[in-house]
Structure formats: C-alpha cells, structure tokens
Design a protein around this ligand. Sequence first.
Ligand SMILES: Nc1nc2c(ncn2[C@@H]2O[C@H](COP(=O)(O)OP(=O)(O)OP(=O)(O)O)[C@@H](O)[C@H]2O)c(=O)[nH]1
Ligand SMILES: [Mg+2]
Length: 205
Amino acid sequence: MAGKYNRSYFIKSVPSLADAPADDGAEVAFAGRSNAGKSSAINAITGIGKLARTSKMPGRTQHLVFFGVDDNRRLVDLPGYGYARVSEQIKDQWQRNMEDYLRQRQSLRGLVLLMDIRHPLTAYDQQMLDWCAQAGLAVHVLLTKVDKVKRGAAANALMQVRNALKTMAGQGSAQTFSALKKLGIEEAEAILDRWLTTNDGNGLR
Ligand SMILES: Nc1nc2c(ncn2[C@@H]2O[C@H](COP(=O)(O)OP(=O)(O)OP(=O)(O)O)[C@@H](O)[C@H]2O)c(=O)[nH]1
Ligand SMILES: [Mg+2]
C-alpha cells in the first residue's frame, strides 16, 4: 500500500552515535557507497521530494540523519562510503561510526544496502555484508539507478548480488530500484513494513 511513509519527518543529523535519538522503537538504516542513491531512495519511498538532501557531489556529509516515520519508527540515512577523495582520517572515522552503529543500535531491525546497479559489490559493500552477517542483521539490497541499464544487464547484476547474499549467514534479499522512474518502491516498502512491525504486532497504519 502506497503512502505509509508519507508523513515522515526530519528528526536530527548527528556526527556520531552518541548524539543519536533514543534507542527505542524500531529503526531501518540506508547504507551504501557515496552517490549510490540513499537519500534519493528515502525521498522516493516516502514520496517527500526534499526530505533527505541529495547531491551530485559525493562524500559531502559524514553524518547519520534520522527521520521519524511515526513516534516509534525511524529511517536513517547513513554516511556514504568509498569516496576516494576523503582523507584516511575520515575513512577511519566512518569505519568506527558504522561498526558502532551496526553493533550497538538495539532498535536497528535491518539494513537497506544500496548499490549502483552499474558497480555492485565493491569492497566496502562486501564489508557491510560481512558486518551484517556477524551481527545477525537482515539486509535488503537495492540495486539503484536501474533506469541507466538495459534489461539484461539489470538481470545479471541482480543474479550476481543474490548469489553473493547466499553465502551470508544472515538473511539477505535484493531487488532492482529506480528513484528517478519510481521503480521498485512497493517491493522496498514491503520490506520496511515487515522490519518496522514491532513485536507486539503493531504494524504501520
Ligand atoms: N538516473 C538515476 N539517478 C539517480 C537515481 N537515484 C539517485 N540518482 C542520482 O544520483 C546522485 C546521487 O544521489 P543521492 O541520493 O544524493 O546519493 P547518496 O547515496 O545519498 O549520496 P551521499 O549522500 O553522497 O552518500 C544524484 O544526482 C541523484 O539524482 C536513480 O534511480 N536513477
Ligand atoms: Mg545522501
């Protein structure tokens, strides 16, 4: 059902986990290489065009950005990685931030991992998958910008990623996605719905 996320709102943008909102309720995070389309995907799924800031210039912000879906549920736009021109110091900081977040965040129900369909499974993507497997965290891969490739190439990339996910200990799934053409929104929403439904069976209305 469309429109479940359309009342989402900005909560806060923080440089590290210490400043994050209270760790209660349920949360889903969006991770991926800089420029993969994390912020665009959040905007497409919520249907709120300028909720998350998008940019043609990768690697600008290293903040974790929290959005409320309602009082108990959040979406998080994580810092992008793999941008060559950031310093080693920032890369180290990113690693610490991500590991802390994935290990410590109690309310985290699953990770949406975005990969540009033209360059899937980079070393950093693999590292994210490994961390999720170690943490027993569910992962759903969005192969973004599917509007940029031909049907056959899209199918190949999807197969390649699904094969990589099979080797993971945790649960993993994948789909193709386009924020631009609004492709794959309902499939992605269904995953969020499942993850964000709390233990008392209290789903989103
Ligand atoms: N063609 C096409 N372009 C897209 C799509 N999604 C995002 N983009 C473009 O890709 C660029 C990066 O998108 P963002 O959503 O800002 O990427 P991000 O992952 O949030 O990047 P960082 O915040 O730097 O980590 C922008 O120019 C978007 O317009 C898509 O589905 N199709
Ligand atoms: Mg972004």
